[in-house]
Design a protein around this ligand. Sequence first.
Ligand SMILES: O=P(O)(O)OC[C@@]1(O)O[C@H](CO)[C@@H](O)[C@@H]1O
Length: 286
Amino acid sequence: MKIGLVVKGLIQIPRVLISILTHLCSCVFHLKVSLWGNKCDLSISGGQDNSQKTSVLSSLEDFKAFILVDDMNSLWNILSRNRDGNTESRTRVDIVLDNAGFELVTDFVLADAMLSLNLATEVHFHGKVMPWYVSDTTKRDFDWTIQQCLAINNKWMSKCGQTWKENLKKGRWVYHEHLFWTLPHEFCTMAEVAPDLYTELQKSDLVFFKGDLNYRKLTGDRKWDFTVPFSQALRSFHPAPLCSVRTLKADVQVGLQAGVGERLSATETDWMISGKYGIIQFSPAV
Ligand SMILES: O=P(O)(O)OC[C@@]1(O)O[C@H](CO)[C@@H](O)[C@@H]1O
């Protein structure tokens, strides 16, 4: 009997590993799509059409070399906590949104994947009361996008729309808005300027900050050395473990390996502003 159990246990180990790997690979995929979704914003194109014209999905492998910081592994400890069918555990993920349009859809797909793969039990979205840059997501964009997906004449898209609407109804997805996101404060002042928002973020197990503007406000838009640790550049802003998912469109970047920033500066003058490079940069709550 005991031997039977041990053998059964041993057989199950690879299955568990395969299952974890499958879920995590799938989530890596969606996170990367969400990262490159940040290439599309109307401010970088001076208001001209900057919609997604090629398939991000087929370019993911080619884009790999342009991810300058990839802290994906640090996310797994948090996201895999819930996935073993432990019905007691609860994992809340927050996404501080950036652009509406293609990027928002990629964020929805990421949120959907985290729920359906049991990596999170609830996802909280944070939108802006009014746009800071032209394409920033407001409540109207959020609702409109779900409504459009629902109404579209495509079986899979409308199924997504239905699921997302249902998620909101059942409280698995929650939308928040706060004026702080459009006030001229760097995030290290949040605990003082918007303590209610800081307290809300403290309830999260992982907060994703989408996009370039959020990165500028996370790091205070300062001229940091490229190798300064991300946690240091955040200064006192540590409400929860957090992760910036951003393509580089402004001249601030921290947490690079020694020499990387200098090498890029010597060869590509616009590497920090072109949107060609991206980061998935994690900081634990310290
Ligand atoms: O936050 P997003 O949407 O990723 O990018 C916004 C942004 O890139 O637009 C401006 C001009 O390109 C930058 O200064 C700013 O950071």
